[in-house]
Design a protein. Structure first.
Length: 313
């Protein structure tokens, strides 16, 4: 049996990429909101890390949706998903969350970059200036709603897979929380990597702030992974078979232990702890740590998607 082609396979790699990009978007904008609120204030738009997060969040969503549309049997009928909603469908609810998330996201981006936009307008478009000033007055509410929808989007990536009830590994209550936390981790990594590439200070207050949150996030992700597989094994039956099949010998076993546990979790945690005790963070440390985290989360999405469909209840 091939790791990527086997009987019972319903969803393949484009779905994993979509789930990864949606998580990155939700995580990146969550950290951008935290940085602006707790560290940077009105000057947030000047930070390379905020700029990176504000680029990653919309571009990741657009790329993910593009992949999803191309993977449809009839890609030119994608507009029907945006018009006709079914409250009992996880996919339909997810699309609604994604649409509202994007609207609030762009409203928040306008608020963050209001000064450059106002300078660009320079009195030439008074209507745009009035609308912008009116929008900025509601920035606290916009930030709150954006946080709620970003977290909802991160959790939805797990709920989408749990809708496949015939697969015991996917029909797991821990999965939405695991995907939410790993999405936050990938968003932090994307923000850090993009920030240093945009000439942000690798030893700046933004990096210190994100790393202080990233360490407990990695620890929580480890606990959730342990809980996820322990629950499957203790459940017995096909759930136990699904867990052993996933993390045992073979291609996906190597991906789990080498790619997810070691590369995606243990190395970033070790690097973060090392940078926390060292005198100064460097570009190479930050870039390598962030890259390991991103690769680890991408592997996790593919691992869960494929191994979760290998065992039927």
């Amino acid at each position: 049996m091939s790791p990527f082609h086997f009987d019972g396979l319903v969803w393949h790699w484009p779905i994993a990429i979509y789930l990864f990009l949606a998580g990155v978007s939700a995580g990146a904008i969550s950290f951008a909101i935290l940085l602006k609120h707790f560290k940077l204030g009105k000057d947030a738009y000047k930070s390379g890390f905020i700029q990176a997060a504000c680029l990653i969040a919309p571009l990741a969503v657009f790329a993910g949706l593009g992949i999803l549309v191309l993977d449809l049997t009839k890609p030119f009928d994608f507009w029907k998903i945006l018009v006709f909603y079914n409250g009992t469908s996880v996919m339909s609810v997810g699309v609604a969350v994604l649409m509202v998330y994007q609207l609030i996201l762009f409203a928040w981006l306008i608020c963050v970059f209001k000064e450059p936009v106002l300078n660009w307008c320079n009195g030439r478009w008074p209507l745009v200036t009035r609308l912008l000033n009116a929008l900025v007055k509601h920035e606290p509410s916009i930030s709150g709603f954006l946080t709620i929808f970003a977290l909802s989007l991160g959790a939805y990536t797990g709920f989408l897979l749990s809708a496949l009830t015939t697969f015991p590994m996917l029909n797991n209550p821990v999965l939405p929380l695991l995907f939410l936390i790993s999405g936050l981790s990938s968003g932090a990594a994307g923000t850090l990597l993009g920030g240093v590439l945009l000439k942000g200070d690798p030893d700046g207050k933004e990096v210190h702030f994100i790393h202080n949150i990233e360490i407990p996030i990695i620890l929580v992700e480890m606990v959730l992974l342990f809980t996820f597989f322990t629950g499957l094994i203790l459940s017995g039956g096909q759930s136990k078979v699904a867990a052993i099949t996933a993390i045992g010998e073979g291609f996906w076993g190597w991906v789990f232990w080498g790619g997810i546990v070691v590369l995606g979790l243990s190395l970033p945690l070790a690097f973060n702890l090392f940078m926390k005790t060292s005198s100064k963070r460097k570009f190479s440390y930050v870039a390598i740590t962030a890259s390991c985290s991103l690769v680890g989360v991408l592997l996790l999405r593919n691992f869960i998607l494929y191994t979760g469909q290998m065992t039927v209840a």
